[in-house]
Design a protein around this ligand. Structure first.
Ligand SMILES: Cc1cc2nc3c(=O)[nH]c(=O)nc-3n(C[C@H](O)[C@H](O)[C@H](O)COP(=O)(O)OP(=O)(O)OC[C@H]3O[C@@H](n4cnc5c(N)ncnc54)[C@H](O)[C@@H]3O)c2cc1C
Length: 474
C-alpha cells in the first residue's frame, strides 16, 4: 500500500515527488510514457518568467512569483543548469507602449526588478532588435533552464531517496476501497495526486464527472544552431495580448535559439507534429527581431499547453473525494510555478495528513551529468585515463563521448530510449540531428540494458523502425 501515488511525471509530478522524498513516506510515481518529461514539460520555451504578466489575484500570478525566486537554489541543489539571461518586453507602437506601462506598474506592485529602456538603448545590447522597437521593459530576473533536465534530476534524486517510479504505466482505471484507491486493479494507495497534464480530466472522470475540461493549445518552434555571436542573449517578448505571451526569440542554455510559439487549439491532445504554426511564427517574429538566421535552422518541435476552461491553475483536494488532489490546468507559467506548487501542495495539502512522518535523517544528493564541454584538456585527459570510453566521441556535432552516454543510462531514472539519452547528454541535438550518431547511441543502449538492439526504442512513441532498417550497420 502506497501512501501517495502521483499520476504523471512532468515537471509538476517530478518536483512534487522530490519534495515528498524528504519525508518518511511511501511514494509512487506512475507515468504512461517511457521517460519523464515527455508531455508539456519536455517541449516548451524553457523560460523562468519574472511574473510580470499574469492577471493579478490568480494562482498563476502567485506561484509564478514564488517559483521564479526558487529556481536558482533548486537548480544549484539538483546540479543542473540555470541562467539568469534576463528578458526584454518590446513595444513597437503607441498602443503597445501603453500596454507596456501596465506591465511596468505590475512590476512595481509585485517587487519585480525592472528597468525601462528606449529602443536605441536596448539595441545597444541586442543589435538584432527591430528598428521599430520604441520602448523596452527589461526584466533581469527572467531565467532559462533545460526543463527536462530539471525533471530528470528531480526524479533521480527522489528515487535515490526511496521514491518509486513506474514508466510505461498508463492509468486506465481507478476504483475506491475502504483504505483509499486501487489503480488498474492492482496498485493500492491511500492518496492520489493527479498531475496528468493534458489528461487530468480523463483521470478525474475515472472517479466522477470532472469539474474542468482540458483542451490543448499547440505551440510550434524553430530551433537555430548555436553561433559564435549569439543571435539574441535576452529572451525577447512582444507585448502580451489576450492570446498570451506571443511569439518570442530566446536563447537556450546550450546556446541555441528558439523562435516561437504560436497558439492554436488542437483537438488531438497527443499531436505534436509541426507545420501550419511555423508560418505564423515566421511572420510574427519579424515584428520584434531582424536578421533572423533561418539558414541556421536545425529542428522544429511543438508543445501542447493543457488549458482548462477555468482560466487559472486548478490546485486543490477534490470537493467530493477525500485524498484525491488535483494539480490541473498547468499551462504557462507552469514550468516557472512548478517548485512553488510542489512545495505548497506538499506542505499544505499532503503533509498535514501524515503528521507522524518525520523528515528523513539522511538525504542523498545526486551528482551532475558529466559535461566535458567545460573541462580543461588536463581534466579530460584524466577522465579518459580512468575510462577510455570518455575518449570515444559518439556525437560529433555536440562532442559527446561514449562514457557520458553510459553514465546517463546507468543511474536512477536513467535513459531507456535514444531520445532519453539525447535529453540527458545531447547526442543528436546538433546540426545532423542524430543522423550519424543515433545508431551508435542505440548500440550503447542495447549493450548497457542488455537488450537486442532491434528492441531499443527511439522515443516515447516506441518506434524502432529506423533502427531495424539500420540493423545491417550495427
Ligand atoms: C508551447 C509551450 C510553451 C511553454 N513555455 C513555458 C515557459 O517558457 N515557461 C513556463 O513557465 N511555462 C511554459 N509552459 C508551460 C509548462 O510547460 C507546463 O505548464 C508544464 O510543463 C506542465 O507540467 P505538468 O507536469 O503539469 O504536465 P506534463 O508535463 O504534460 O506532464 C503530465 C504527465 O502525465 C502523464 N500522463 C497523462 N496521462 C496519464 C495516465 N493516464 N497514466 C500515467 N501517466 C499519464 C503524461 O504522459 C505526462 O508525462 C509552456 C507550455 C507549452 C506547451
Amino acid at each position: 500500500m502506497y501512501d501517495i501515488t502521483i499520476i504523471g511525471a512532468g515537471i509538476i509530478g517530478t518536483l512534487l515527488a522530490h519534495e515528498l522524498s524528504r519525508y518518511e513516506l511511501n511514494v509512487l510515481v506512475v507515468e504512461k510514457e517511457a521517460d519523464v518529461a515527455e508531455g508539456a514539460s519536455g517541449a516548451n520555451s524553457a523560460i523562468i518568467h519574472s511574473g510580470h504578466d499574469p492577471k493579478p489575484g490568480t494562482l498563476k500570478c502567485r506561484y509564478n512569483l514564488l517559483g521564479n525566486r526558487m529556481y536558482p537554489d533548486l537548480c544549484k541543489q539538483l546540479q543542473v543548469d540555470y541562467e539568469a539571461n534576463g528578458a526584454f518586453v518590446v513595444a513597437t507602437s503607441k498602443a503597445e507602449e501603453e500596454n507596456l506601462d501596465v506591465l511596468i506598474r505590475q512590476c512595481e506592485e509585485r517587487s519585480i526588478p525592472f528597468e525601462v529602456l528606449t529602443g536605441d538603448q536596448a539595441r545597444e545590447e541586442e543589435p538584432n532588435l527591430s528598428p521599430d522597437v520604441t520602448k523596452v521593459l527589461s526584466l533581469p530576473t527572467t531565467g532559462i533552464i533545460m526543463p527536462f533536465e530539471v525533471a530528470i534530476a528531480a526524479m533521480e534524486e527522489a528515487m535515490m531517496n526511496g521514491v518509486e517510479l513506474k514508466l510505461d504505466y498508463e492509468v486506465r482505471t481507478i476504483d475506491r476501497d475502504e483504505e483509499g484507491f486501487v489503480i488498474n486493479g492492482e496498485i493500492k494507495t491511500k492518496m492520489i495526486v493527479n498531475c496528468a497534464g493534458a489528461h487530468c480530466d480523463e483521470i478525474t472522470e475515472m472517479l466522477e464527472p470532472s469539474p474542468y475540461k482540458v483542451e490543448t493549445r499547440k505551440g510550434e518552434y524553430f530551433v537555430l544552431d548555436h553561433m559564435d555571436v549569439p543571435f539574441v542573449k535576452h529572451t525577447i517578448y512582444p507585448v502580451p495580448s489576450e492570446k498570451g505571451k506571443g511569439v518570442l526569440a530566446m536563447p537556450t542554455i546550450h546556446g541555441n535559439v528558439l523562435l516561437g510559439p504560436d497558439s492554436e487549439y488542437c483537438q488531438d491532445v497527443e499531436d505534436d507534429s509541426t507545420g501550419k504554426g511555423l508560418d505564423y511564427v515566421r511572420k510574427e517574429i519579424a515584428k520584434t527581431v531582424v536578421n533572423i538566421p533561418f539558414n541556421k535552422m536545425i529542428h522544429t518541435f511543438a508543445g501542447l499547453r493543457p488549458h482548462i476552461d477555468l482560466n487559472d491553475f486548478y490546485i486543490k483536494e477534490d470537493d467530493n473525494i477525500e485524498n484525491f488532489i488535483h494539480i490541473a490546468g498547468i499551462e504557462s507559467p507552469g514550468l516557472t510555478s512548478a517548485p512553488a506548487i510542489a512545495k505548497d501542495v506538499a506542505e499544505n495539502i499532503i503533509l498535514p495528513r501524515y503528521k507522524d512522518r518525520a523528515v528523513k535523517a539522511e538525504y542523498r544528493r545526486r551528482r551532475p551529468f558529466i559535461d566535458m564541454r567545460h573541462m580543461s584538456d588536463e581534466e579530460k585527459a584524466e577522465l579518459i585515463k580512468k575510462d577510455p570510453a570518455f575518449g570515444q566521441i559518439i556525437c560529433r556535432c555536440e562532442k559527446i563521448s561514449e562514457g557520458q552516454i553510459v553514465d546517463v543510462i546507468n543511474r536512477e531514472c536513467g535513459a531507456r530510449t535514444v531520445k532519453g539519452v539525447k535529453m540527458r547528454c545531447r547526442p543528436g541535438m546538433g546540426r545532423c540531428q542524430g543522423g550519424f550518431c543515433e545508431v551508435e547511441v542505440a548500440r550503447i543502449l542495447a549493450e548497457q540494458l542488455k537488450e537486442d538492439v532491434r528492441d531499443v526504442r527511439l522515443d516515447r512513441k516506441g518506434s524502432n523502425i529506423v533502427l531495424a532498417n539500420a540493423k545491417e550497420d550495427l
